[in-house]
Design a protein around this ligand. Sequence first.
Ligand code: YCP
Ligand code: CO
Length: 287
Amino acid sequence: MRTKLIGKIEFDRARLLEDLERSLDIRYAEPYDEFVCGRPWKSAMLMAPGGAEGGVLSDYDHSEPTDFTADGERLPYVQDLLRTYFNVEHITFARMISLSNSVLIPHCDYVELDGTSKQRIAHRVHVVLSTGEDAMFNESDSVYRMKEGEVWFIDVTRPHSAGVVGDTRRVHLLIDVADVDAVEKLFKFDVELSGGIPDASLCDRPALGDEEREGLLGLSSIIDEENVMQIMALVVKKHYRKDGGPDFVWSTMNEIARRSDDEAIVKWVANLYQHTNIVRSESALAS
Ligand code: YCP
Ligand code: CO
């Protein structure tokens, strides 16, 4: 499913705020740290097969119907939202994601999955519970904002990244749903699918100036294996605010690496790209 806006949910703000407050006490997992430049990407599993604990790639008994986990039980309003607006029988996983002061490396997901898993989590839906001006999303060369209450399909097979370039605690529900013959069956609200990312959601980004570009490329003189993730963070953050042209992040990182004349850095960047965009295997980063 290509990325698109599905519709909008009206929240009961008082109840939402109560759950957001409660969610501060959850012990989040912090997976995918190799994708993260900044503070951790925090994830709490709220629904899973049999209500069992674990991450998306854990070994679940998929014959069990999806149910709320212990963390899911702690958030009564979020539970209500899921039951009221979704046909929960199609949900495989629902997670609460919290992000602040952090950007993710542009990457593709599902690359590690086989055919059966892809059926179970055929579509990725985001529900925006809490966000701000400094919270953005990137897909290919576009940067856009999902607003509070909006429900989106995200095509995670395309290069994408999330970023919160300030202090906002951005909280989304991430819902993985099984393949169905008609997407309307997934939802219990008025679905009005946009064609692609609506223009109104796109961020207006001025073109990156020549001096800024040279400044970034000049990081080649200081890049080393200890600061390469910080340099990645600078490049990704710049991408959220300025339009640097096609494939800005990876072409800039490759050029910084090339100019550094450091074989180890060139390899490091190439391996990171492989791991995050092409094949996901634990050994890809080790070499
Ligand atoms: C996502 N993909 O795009 C996740 C974040 C890395 C893998 C962490 O939401
Ligand atoms: Co992703």
